[in-house]
Design a binder for this molecule. Sequence first.
Ligand SMILES: [Zn+2]
Length: 325
Amino acid sequence: MDRIGIHVMVNGRPDVAALERLVGEIAPSLGFNWVIAEINGHFRYSSHPEAAEADPIEAEDAGRLAKTARDSGVSLVPMYNCLGHQSWREKPGALLRAHPEFNEAPDLDATAEGFYCASWCPSHPDVNPLVFDLFDELIDAFEASAFHVGMDEVFIIGHCPRCRDTSNADLFAKAVNDYHGHLVGGRGVEMMVWGDRLLDARSMGYGLWESSENDTHPAVDRVPTDIVMCDWHYENMDDFPSVSFFQEKGFRVWPAGWNKEKSIRKLVEVARRDATPKMLGYMATTWADLNGIVAGLAGESTDPKSERLPGIIAGVQLGAKLAQG
Ligand SMILES: [Zn+2]
């Protein structure tokens, strides 16, 4: 497998030392040659200072990380989660706090049971010019040749008056094409996206997190095939049909697992079984505090209060081992 990657969340400056250690030492020692760093608002954006969270990563930190990655043979990819995941329930991220006008559904009660994350409006005329500035700053600071736009688990879409007369598939495809135009067309970098919104839950057999029950999936035929589909699946399945589906559609696919041993083993098995030249490898995901992840991967003791951390660390190690096997 060419690409053995790990996705981590970076919550600003307190995580910089751990990220540097991961990129320079821990990831290569485990066989990882790609690190996807989810930055979102945790960077000091000079073009839009209001879009930064507290205690953000500085551009000089990113430059140092880029050099460390280069020296250790790791491709370091910044990520900015687009469209969805603009709040955690009723707590908006920096972008929506500063620009509440971008909120796709300000009328929904974010404290209600079942409310997950806010979305930005893909039809708002001011959102793309702003976030493209953020993309540019991350690409420049991290000296990146690839960029991950997130776009997983978008549940609020097609809600506002600008969007409601357009199908969810067209709205989603427009967003993907807009970002592609800037990233691939404008900047010449590779674009990566989480694949879940492009999979039809009814035909794939995945649930509403790992695939779409809100009719975004026809967008798969309306977006450029040079996008890398990061095909994340965490539940135990008898098969993972999306791995071949994306390749048959012409995309490069990068299967991604998490913390369940059986699921990771099966996903890597399917990735090998269904591999064409468009199958890139395996990506481990973490979804936990980066300091704890890096300490655990280094064999150091981790916070005993975090019950799920040992399982996640074991999943990362297993995935790396299987992908190299
Ligand atoms: Zn809208």
